[in-house]
Design a protein around this ligand. Sequence first.
Ligand code: ZN
Length: 333
Amino acid sequence: MFQSRRQQAQQQVDTLSNQLQTIQKDLDKALNEYKEIVDKRKITEQQIEANTEILEKTEAALAERSRILNKRMRDIYKNGQISYLDVLLGANDFSDFATRVEILKRVIRQDINLITTVQAERNLILEKREQLVRDKAAVVELEKAAEDKQQVIAQRKKERATLLASAVQERDESEREYQNLLEESRRIEEMLRRRGSTTTESAGSTGSMLWPIQGEITSPYGWRTHPIFGTQRYHSGIDIAGDYGDPIKAADGGIVSDASWWSGYGNMVVIDHGGNIQTLYGHCSQLLVSEGQHVSKGQVIALVGATGYATGPHLHFEVRQNGSPVDPMGYLP
Ligand SMILES: [Zn+2]
């Protein structure tokens, strides 16, 4: 299907802004995730710091209690169980014996308490050490995740820059093409003025024009705003929609002034209808006439194409007065 330049340009704008939106969304998501990771790492590092402090204090306490316990163990070993028995046997009476039993019980209880405390502290130290190892591994993981996120962020930023750069490049290229087309239009004008025009009689024109092809006007004559760049641009003719190979008819009888290749206009035919009126047919896929040839009104002179600066097949049709473009709608029925 034929697509007008305007529709195509609008589609490009939509695609570009959609792509930019997607990239921006990805970028925001990656930045948020990165922030979360950094926060988590900070919390884990604070945990490590707190646990290290607890560990150091517990280790100091354990060392002190171990020293006391070792001394108690040495005392018991040196004196042996006999000393307990001696204490009991040394009692003078039953009351003294009962008191000595109570004292011994207390001593034994203290020993048991000390052993239990030392064991608990050892367990706590083991637990904290394991926690520290786990937390440190978690920090390493988080750092790796943060690095990955930063890479994603850098990638998205690069994609965004590339997309914007290509949009700028496209704009520049479009501007170059436009300037080139204006320059070609001026050269055509000079060429037609230099050659002059014959009389309507010798040109064989009828004085009225017909539509060179039947189709929708996808771009009118005159000034318009570029759909992407918002700049003002001059269109020297009308664009009529057509398909590749559609026959293009001479709008009126005349003499072919030019039938050649131009870079912007592509394959182009100009017909002089006499009385300083010319018609121009651009972007043709094929030319069927040559310079100096007489053509009659309605004769097929070329085929529709998309040569030169054209994004799809269409006929760029101009009417010129003494070489200068005028609005073709004033001539077409
Ligand atoms: Zn055009």
